[in-house]
Design a protein around this ligand. Structure first.
Ligand SMILES: [Ca+2]
Ligand SMILES: [Ca+2]
Ligand SMILES: [Ca+2]
Length: 270
């Protein structure tokens, strides 16, 4: 658990190397005060090690980028022994350096263990929609255009089953004008697996040793049908992950190959 800060440490370090550029942490003053959870402080399971993602999107079309914060949960919640400690957050940009929490009004509060998000206009209505990748079935929220979203996960057919999803990417792979969707599976994880063994990282004993020896989870590629639904075309597209690598991050290079955007994801199981 940690207090979320807009001033990311990596950015601060990078800025320090550039004369004349400095960053200040203004998260609290800006009204971004969400608490982000990722298991307990001991990090006995690999599920607790990864943090969660953020999306910038202008959900209400006022020209100001709004902020969506994905959130995690606890093992007790996963086991049904406790309520989720928090939820996801949508902060509306007020255009004056401050943000307002509009999550509940917008209908995008999700309580559970989520990892990533992608803002994209999957239904081509000109408004950004939100895909949330979860430990478990994924979530898709359609932007209604009235500052609210509809949960269309089941109808869209992109939930993907009870596996660990981390990253995702939209791309119009067949050039029909509709964004298709690739969601790699990360780890085949359940709480029956043993807790992490303590290891050393740069001479310090830590519990978070990474997914050493864990099997990966399968990928899914969904072709956009253009009517608000997707069809699982993983095998037909040649994107089935027979070796069960660990898919966690995605990139869409600007380079086009034969007029198409290639999508890559990270490498083999450790
Ligand atoms: Ca906005
Ligand atoms: Ca849309
Ligand atoms: Ca397409």
């Amino acid at each position: 658990m940690k207090r979320y800060s807009v001033a990311l440490a990596a950015l601060i370090v990078a800025a320090a190397a550039v004369p004349g550029i400095t960053f200040r942490d203004i998260a609290t003053r800006a009204g971004i005060t969400a608490t982000i959870h990722s298991g307990g402080p001991k990090k006995n399971y690999v599920l607790e090690v990864n943090g969660s993602g953020v999306c910038w999107l202008d959900h209400d079309g006022d020209g100001w980028q709004d902020l969506y914060l994905v959130n995690g949960a606890t093992l007790a919640h996963l086991q049904g022994k406790a309520a989720a400690p928090s939820r996801t957050y949508l902060y509306r940009n007020n255009g004056n350096g401050t943000f307002t929490d509009v999550t509940l009004r917008a209908g995008v509060a999700r309580r559970g263990w989520s990892f990533g998000c992608v803002a994209a206009d999957y239904d081509n209505d000109g408004r950004p929609d939100l895909l949330i990748t979860n430990f478990g079935p994924n979530s898709l929220y359609r932007n209604r255009g009235d500052d609210t979203f509809a949960d269309v996960s089941k109808r869209a057919g992109i939930e993907g089953g009870a596996i660990w999803h981390a990253g995702a990417a939209f791309a119009d792979t067949d050039l029909d004008g509709d964004l298709d969707l690739f969601i790699p599976g990360y780890l085949d994880f359940n709480l029956r697996q043993p807790e992490l063994k303590t290891c050393e990282y740069r001479g310090v004993k830590v519990n978070a040793c990474g997914p050493l020896g864990c099997r990966g989870a399968p990928n899914a590629f969904y072709r956009n049908n253009g009517d608000g639904t997707f069809t699982d075309a993983t095998d037909a597209a040649g994107l089935a992950d027979r070796e069960l690598y660990l898919g966690s991050r995605l990139s869409k290079p600007c380079l086009k190959v034969n007029g198409r955007l290639p999508v890559s994801f990270n490498g083999p199981a450790l």
